[in-house]
Design a protein around this ligand. Structure first.
Ligand SMILES: NC(=O)C1=CN([C@@H]2O[C@H](COP(=O)(O)OP(=O)(O)OC[C@H]3O[C@@H](n4cnc5c(N)ncnc54)[C@H](OP(=O)(O)O)[C@@H]3O)[C@@H](O)[C@H]2O)C=CC1
Ligand SMILES: O=C(CO)COP(=O)(O)O
Length: 341
């Protein structure tokens, strides 16, 4: 791997930002890992660890923790954004002038509540002159940091941008695939978090393997149906950023969304589950906005409606399960015919 001449910025000192920064550094890049908390930066600088988010992972010497956002943006032409969706606009809006002509890669898997915008759409709004891409796929931060063999997708119609990301991130333990379908790749990453909450809940209640499989497969049908309604290419959902990410997040206790679901299954309230997690679980907010959008667009999303009913409308799980199982019989893979195939 040849080193890029400019340093590369990673915004967000959480688990994913730290994992990506480390991989870039291991590939020979010089990396500025921006975080808002000077104390956290100091700890990383001195201990070469990020104990708050990635306990036990050694941070490469070429990762420089920084807290000056303006300087960081000015000094880097390739910028990975790993901020929670609730923070991205607010954090970057004041620096739109510094983002002109930069390559911005969103790794954030969420949807803005008030606008239903995906994060790359917000970046485009903040920085219309920037070059925009997204990175998404079955990418649990801890596994990436521990060098589990992993694949991801960089998506943009800007082929040179995809190649730039492949050049700096592709390595011994991470394969980076390119896709021109930015919208589909990004939407898949955001939607699957909701189903991971359901899967975590199902797992903690001791459901059978048939049930787990039904849940994941019908989740794929439901999220694809929604995506088709928004004009996305359903084929993207058969790739790493669709079914790939859905599988990992719905089956792994390392997923924070799965953990929230697990805690709910144990009887904790949503507030208690989120509090216990202490990290970002994007699926909670996505569930709220997705339920509303599905209604607006008249898309049939019984799993989303069911989870929403349990978490926000005072319905019991038993009531929701009974309604789901007794609903009128449907056709399998209906989203393919909806898409005109
Ligand atoms: N973790 C994973 O496995 C993966 C995560 N992602 C996505 O990456 C995004 C970030 O997740 P992740 O790194 O896991 O989250 P974490 O919960 O691990 O960390 C969140 C980070 O965001 C920072 N932050 C929160 N609010 C602000 C703000 N207003 N301004 C600046 N920084 C802020 C936190 O800083 P502080 O400590 O100061 O609060 C912390 O560094 C999410 O959208 C997630 O879906 C994508 C793929 C995999
Ligand atoms: O997106 C992820 C894996 O691809 C991480 O999922 P969680 O945010 O649920 O941990």
């Amino acid at each position: 791997m040849t080193a890029n001449s400019d340093p590369i910025a990673v915004l967000g000192g959480g688990s994913f930002g730290t994992a990506i920064a480390n991989l870039l550094a291991e590939n020979g890049q010089s990396v500025r890992l921006w975080m808002r908390d000077p104390d956290q930066a100091e700890v990383i600088r001195n201990q070469r660890m990020n104990p708050k988010y990635l306990q036990g992972i050694q941070i490469h010497a070429a990762v420089e923790p920084v807290t000056q956002l303006q300087e960081t943006l000015a000094s880097c032409s390739l910028i990975f954004v790993a901020l929670p969706s609730s923070a991205l606009r607010q954090a970057l809006q004041p620096y739109s002038a510094q983002l002109t002509h930069k390559m911005l890669i969103s790794t954030t898997k969420g949807i803005e509540a008030k606008s239903f915008k995906l994060m790359s759409q917000i970046l485009e709004e903040i920085a219309p002159q920037a070059r925009i891409g997204v990175m998404s796929g079955p990418n649990l931060a801890r596994e990436i940091a521990e060098h589990a063999l992993t694949a991801t997708v960089v998506a943009s119609t800007d082929e040179a941008l995809c190649q730039a990301v492949q050049q700096v991130l592709h390595g011994q333990t991470l394969r980076v695939y390119a896709s021109p379908d930015r919208f589909g790749v990004e939407l898949g990453g955001a939607l699957k978090n909701v189903y991971a909450i359901m899967a975590g809940m199902a797992a903690s209640l001791g459901t059978g393997e048939n049930t787990k499989s039904m849940l994941i497969t019908r989740a794929l049908a439901e999220m694809t149906r929604f995506a088709v309604k928004l004009g996305a290419n359903p084929m993207t959902f058969l790739g790493l950023a669709g079914v790939g990410d859905l599988i990992v997040t719905c089956t792994s206790p390392k997923s924070r969304n799965f953990q929230v679901g697990w805690a709910l299954g144990e009887g904790l309230s949503l507030e208690e589950a989120v509090e216990r997690l202490g990290e970002v679980a994007e699926g909670v907010n996505t569930l709220k906005v997705l339920k509303q959008k599905a209604e607006e667009l008249n898309v049939y999303m019984p799993l989303v409606s069911g989870l929403h009913a349990v978490l926000f409308e005072g319905r019991t799980l038993a009531q929701v399960i009974a309604a789901l199982m007794c609903a009128e019989p449907k056709t399998d893979v209906d989203f393919i015919s909806l898409a005109g195939f």
